[in-house]
Design a protein around this ligand. Structure first.
Ligand SMILES: Cc1cc2nc3c(=O)[nH]c(=O)nc-3n(C[C@H](O)[C@H](O)[C@H](O)COP(=O)(O)O)c2cc1C
Length: 222
């Protein structure tokens, strides 16, 4: 990698403490309204919104700035059907053979089962791939650093951006997911990481009545 040149930090914006407090609180209140939604409307969403959400994801920090991610935006109905059929095959195997009783209970509490109609209903499936290495100038494999951490952060920013834009999303992780490599024709260095379905919620969408841990439960100040 070429040595970096250094430039002044022009992007930083300083706020008064009062403004910072308000911004932090307002952002918390906005993010508190985010929910994973499993029922989507077929109302179309302009692609430009999704493009900007992916731009947000692309601003994520990453190990050595290697940006080891690739986003495939699926809007084609036939491809979505292929993904649903393949995902349901994997899910059937999981629900009927591999899942433990406790796992089945958790999923039943969340109202999920082996059927994944949202994979066809959502206007967009954003399939995130983690790039494990890149090919150097001599065709040799050069490993990316902290791939899982970096792609996880980028995906978090993507989900945040989708919510901020006024849409809903579902983080979906069928296991195994290698069918996505084949259906989407991705290269060997990429490993499917997650599917984020995005769109408007269905008119009568419901979500499980769950809560988040309080601040004292998730933080220790020293
Ligand atoms: C890594 C990860 C994997 C997930 N996988 C699935 C999934 O396969 N199917 C699903 O319906 N929800 C999935 N979810 C969504 C969670 O069930 C959901 O985030 C959780 O129940 C909390 O609900 P909330 O997102 O509305 O706060 C996943 C979330 C994460 C972060």
């Amino acid at each position: 990698m070429a040595k970096s040149k250094f430039i002044p930090l022009k992007m930083y914006r300083e706020y008064s403490t009062k403004t910072m407090n308000k911004r932090a609180r307002d952002f918390y209140l906005e993010m508190k309204r985010r929910r994973s939604v499993r029922q989507f409307s077929n109302r179309p969403v302009p692609l430009e919104i999704i493009e900007n959400c992916i731009r947000v994801a692309g601003t994520a920090p990453s190990g050595a700035n290697m940006q080891p991610w690739h986003f495939v935006v699926v809007k084609d109905a036939d491809l979505k059907t292929k993904i649903r059929i393949a995902a349901e095959e994997v899910e059937n195997e999981f629900y009927h053979r591999r899942a433990h009783r406790e796992q089945l209970q958790v999923f039943s509490d969340l109202g999920t089962d082996a059927h994944k109609p949202f994979l066809e209903e959502a206007p967009y499936l954003i399939v995130i791939f983690a790039r494990r290495y890149y090919l150097g100038s001599d065709g040799e494999k050069v490993k990316h650093y902290y791939v899982g951490e970096s792609v996880g952060i980028a995906t978090g920013l993507l989900i945040t951006a989708i919510h901020h834009a006024g849409l809903v999303a579902l983080t979906y992780t069928p296991s195994p997911m290698n069918f996505l490599t084949k259906i989407l024709n991705r290269p060997a260095e990429e490993k499917p990481f997650m599917i984020v379905a995005a769109g408007y919620p269905a008119k009568n969408a419901v979500v499980p009545d769950i809560s988040k841990k309080s601040l004292v439960e998730i933080v220790t100040f020293k």
